[in-house]
Design a protein. Structure first.
Length: 129
C-alpha cells in the first residue's frame, strides 16, 4: 500500500469483470468448423449449421454481428486461432492473466469479509455489555 493510499482505499473494490472479450470466449467455446475457401478466406460453420464467409486479411465476415457492429466477430477470431494467425500461447497467457487478476480480487474480497466478520463479532460483544 502506497503512503498516499488509505486503508479504506486499499480494501475498496468495485465489481470485477475479467478482460477476456465475449467474442473471444464464444470463439473458443462454441463448436465452429473452419474450412479453407481461398487464400486467407474461410468458410466457418456455426453450431446451428449456418455458413459464414470470413476473410481474415480485411477482416470481414458475412455474419450479422460483423455486418452491424463492425467488429471482429467470433467467426473471424476462431479462423485466426485455427489457422495459427492468433497464437494459442497468447490466448492462454490472456486467460492465465485474467485468472491471476480474479484470484487477487477474490483475496481482496476475502480480506474485506474477514474484517466485517470481526466487526460483527465486536458489535455483538458490545451489545452483550
Amino acid at each position: 500500500m502506497s503512503s498516499s493510499e488509505s486503508y479504506d482505499d486499499a480494501l475498496a473494490t468495485r465489481p470485477f469483470k475479467h478482460r477476456i472479450d465475449r467474442r473471444d470466449r464464444r470463439a473458443l467455446a462454441e463448436e465452429l468448423i473452419v474450412l479453407d475457401h481461398g487464400p486467407d478466406v474461410y468458410r466457418v460453420y456455426s453450431e446451428a449449421g449456418k455458413e459464414y464467409l470470413v476473410d481474415t486479411r480485411l477482416p470481414s465476415c458475412t455474419c450479422p454481428d460483423f455486418q452491424y457492429r463492425d467488429t471482429d466477430c467470433k467467426h473471424i477470431r476462431r479462423a485466426r486461432i485455427e489457422t495459427g494467425e492468433r497464437s494459442l500461447d497468447a490466448v492462454e497467457t490472456e486467460i492465465r492473466d485474467a485468472l491471476d487478476e480474479l484470484d487477487a480480487h477474490i483475496a481482496n474480497l476475502a480480506a474485506q469479509r474477514a474484517e466485517l466478520v470481526g466487526l460483527r463479532r465486536d458489535l455483538d460483544r458490545l451489545k452483550q455489555n
